[in-house]
Design a protein around this ligand. Structure first.
Ligand SMILES: O=C(CO)[C@@H](O)[C@H](O)CF
Length: 535
């Protein structure tokens, strides 16, 4: 390799609010990190939290040239800081899932002939047929979702094919909307990328393929055969496969970084570009998730990442091809009622104090004497339900619980729901199962104790601030040896290990088995009739 010293690896993350980069050395130590915050550092694009919410409150986009200019800026920052690009042996990256970029006819020729004397945003300013890219926060395509589900025989059939029922943010439905509302724009488009493959294209100075994993977030890819679904493509827009190009394994080496970066920044001609993927899949790699593990992000909404061998696609949650093992899958489950309801119950029942909240969990018994609760201040998507519903040990609805019982009912209910819906997607708790908890509530040991008891598994915490970037740097190393069938975990043995926080209370599993059954039965009673919700 041409790099003059010990090799470095980069991970990029084109996320919703910022562009982040992290550099690690061969010992996986972080040696550089930087970011460009779209709102703050690129005010000329006028975004709020990285996006534009349109007047219909449903359409949400981001300017594609903002992403391009952010890359110019971060590379200039790195160059000014004396970062030695020549040390970089390989890099990979991630993008917010589902977002899409529309390259105008002729853009590939411009990409191939970039002058190293000019910044990318000047060179590429005429390359996009859609200047405001739809992103994952968009929910304006319900019509297209219903049409796609109808075309393939219903929501469950679509989930069986692509891993998810039709979702407004998923790319196929966004493409269908552009085709139906602006057919001339669609015709002028020679290539459609995801944010991840768009970013890889910038570095290759040629169109990069979509990877299996991020491609699973489009409602267009057959997740078992890992080929585009002709029925789904045809239901969205004509000639779509040609515009999407091929799909590739997420660990593929796509080629070397283009001459533009060698001449303008000093990258080595041998620096390899490893397939870019979605941000959540990259985080799974960054947390070093293995088969049987669960990652739970306890934030505004609670999100579960699961490593699954044999998925059972359902009408809720999402199954994606696995980003680090193409024989496996990952599932993503999102629960909208996360920290906000925990804070509301804390305020109502623990005088706004987390210490009081924790004391209530300590002074109430595992299983809460059979009291169960469902706490959905906002419409929940997993499952489709809303409102507060309390049941005593005899399954009778009750109007309220004592404060400490209410607190435990909330936390036990939130975690029982997570276990029930994870197992519905095909997840199986194994003897080696670990729960990796992140997010605000993961700092509360008593909350984690309930999580451990409900799942009957040890709970670890791990810093995920840069998990997507780190995951991409790890995947860059893995991509260089992927053909040797070395696993990612083997490649990143030296990476920081998660910290064990709690283990299950003895006997908890026997207590929760009947409760989980009751909870699942009662949940069916509180569902509301689904009104074309595809979030
Ligand atoms: O839509 C999502 C996953 O399905 C979000 O988590 C985006 O990936 C965030 F960028």
């Amino acid at each position: 390799m041409a790099a003059s010293e010990a090799p470095w690896y980069l991970g990029w993350d084109f996320s919703t609010q910022q562009l982040k980069v992290i550099a690690i050395d061969e010992q996986l130590r972080v040696i550089y990190e930087d970011n460009i915050h779209f709102d703050k550092d690129l005010p000329e694009f006028g975004t709020h939290c990285g996006v534009h919410v349109h007047s219909d409150k449903l359409t949400v986009t981001s300017p594609v040239l903002m992403w391009v200019k952010a890359l110019d800026m971060i590379l200039e920052k790195m160059k000014s800081s004396g970062f030695k690009f020549s040390h970089v042996r390989a890099f990979s990256g991630a993008g917010q899932q589902h977002g899409s970029v529309y390259w105008k006819e002729g853009a590939s020729q411009i990409l191939k002939n970039l002058s190293p004397d000019l910044p990318l945003h000047q060179l590429l300013k005429a390359c996009f047929s859609v200047s405001d890219s739809p992103v994952w926060m968009d929910s304006s395509t319900t019509t297209q979702c219903l049409s796609l589900e109808k075309a393939v025989g219903g929501a469950q059939n679509l989930a069986n094919i692509t891993g998810s029922r039709a979702c407004e943010r998923f790319t196929g439905n966004q493409i269908a909307k552009i085709y139906s509302q602006n057919p001339e724009v669609y015709v002028q488009t020679e290539r459609i990328s995801l944010v991840s493959s768009f970013a890889a294209s910038l570095f290759l100075s040629a169109y990069a393929p979509i990877d299996y994993c991020d491609g699973s977030g489009m409602n267009l890819l057959q997740i078992h055969d890992k080929i585009w679904s002709t029925a789904c493509l045809n239901a969205c827009a004509p000639g779509l496969e040609e515009k999407l190009g091929p799909v590739v394994p997420s660990s593929s080496v796509l080629g070397s970084v283009s001459p533009y970066y060698i001449q303008r920044y000093g990258f080595s001609p041998d620096c390899k570009v490893v397939t870019f993927t979605g941000d959540n899949p990259a985080s799974l790699a960054g947390m070093k998730l293995e088969e049987g593990d669960i990652a739970i992000s306890l934030g505004t909404s609670d999100t579960l990442f699961l490593w699954i061998k044999e998925p059972a696609p359902a009408l809720e949650g999402h199954i994606f091809c696995n980003p680090v093992d193409s024989r496996a899958y990952m599932a993503l489950l999102c629960f909208k009622n996360g920290s906000l309801i925990r804070e509301r119950i804390r305020d109502d029942c623990a005088s706004g104090s987390w210490d009081e909240f924790s004391k209530a969990l300590k002074c109430t018994v595992v299983g809460n004497n059979g009291n169960l609760g469902f706490y959905f201040d906002v419409i929940e998507i997993t499952p489709e339900a809303v409102g507060i519903h309390r049941f005593n040990r005899d399954n009778n609805k009750v109007p309220d619980f004592p404060k400490e019982v209410e607190i435990r009912a909330l936390i036990e209910g939130q975690f029982m729901a997570k276990r029930i819906h994870a197992e519905k997607l095909g997840y199986k708790i194994m003897p080696r199962t670990r729960i990796l908890a992140t997010g605000g509530a993961s700092y509360n040991k008593e909350i984690l104790q309930v999580l451990s008891d409900v799942f009957s598994a040890p709970v670890y915490t791990i810093d995920t601030a840069n998990s997507a970037c780190l995951g991409c740097a790890y995947r860059a190393i893995h991509g260089l040896v992927a053909e040797t069938s070395v696993s990612l975990v083997d490649v990143v043995k030296l990476a920081p290990e998660p910290r064990l926080v709690v283990t299950p209370t003895t006997g908890a599993d026997q207590l929760y088995q009947p409760l989980l059954k009751r909870y699942a039965e009662l949940e069916q009673k509180i569902l509301y009739s689904p009104v074309s919700s595809h979030l």
